[in-house]
Write a protein that binds this ligand. Structure first.
Ligand code: S3P
Length: 194
């Protein structure tokens, strides 16, 4: 990529990448590949919550309810966002709270992985009953409604990528390159957050 040679990793201004987007947008798969490309660690909010609570996400919702899950998500998010050299996959609901995206500091580059409700549902179905919020009688309506409400939050990310336009390897490479471009912009001191 042009520019990498002149700028290079020592001047890279970001310490972490945060992936946001609806369920099924590919945050975990892409995040793992992107972390490999950057030579960084990968951490997933939901994985941390599951190991902290000692239950799967569906069991957490079933046994303790959504509010309990959200308080764990809040705590885990705050902890993981202190880490450096890490790619983070947030849960689909994490950004959808006033002030969350604005709270990200300037060393965090955020990426919104867009997905249509239909593709999100198809991918979620293939993974079994892992998304309690979509285990309803009308999952498509639920997905459409949640995406519509959450889009204004997701939209605040620095980079937007349609997750349906290529496979995970290519998308990870695209995001990697865009992050480096953002890094160069940042060095020319563009305001990073809206
Ligand atoms: C949720 C998304 C899930 C998980 C939980 C709630 C949401 O994560 O955190 O089921 O509110 O959209 P993924 O986006 O990784 O599926």
């Amino acid at each position: 990529m042009s520019g990498l040679g002149e700028i290079g990793p020592p001047f890279f201004p970001f310490r972490r990448v945060l992936l946001v987007g609806f369920m099924g947008s590919g945050k975990s798969t892409l995040g793992t590949r992107l972390a490999q490309l950057l030579g960084w660690a990968f951490r997933d909010f939901d994985e941390e919550i599951q190991s902290g609570v000692g239950l799967s996400i569906p069991d957490i919702f079933r046994q303790h309810g959504e509010e309990f899950f959200r308080s764990w998500e809040d705590r885990v998010g705050t902890e993981l966002l202190q880490m450096g050299e890490v790619v983070l996959a947030s849960g689909g609901g994490w950004p959808a709270k006033k002030g969350r995206m604005e709270s990200l500091d300037q060393t965090t580059v955020s990426v919104w992985l867009q997905v249509s409700p239909e593709v999100a549902l198809e991918r979620a179905r293939r993974q079994g009953a892992t998304r309690p919020l979509l285990e309803v009688r009308e999952p498509l309506e639920r997905a459409e409604d949640l995406i519509r409400k959450r889009e204004p939050f997701y939209r605040q990310a620095h980079i937007t990528i349609d997750s349906c336009t290529a496979g995970p390897d290519e998308l990870a490479q695209r995001i990697h390159d865009l992050i480096y471009e953002k890094g160069e912009d940042n060095l020319r001191s563009l305001p990073p957050y809206k």
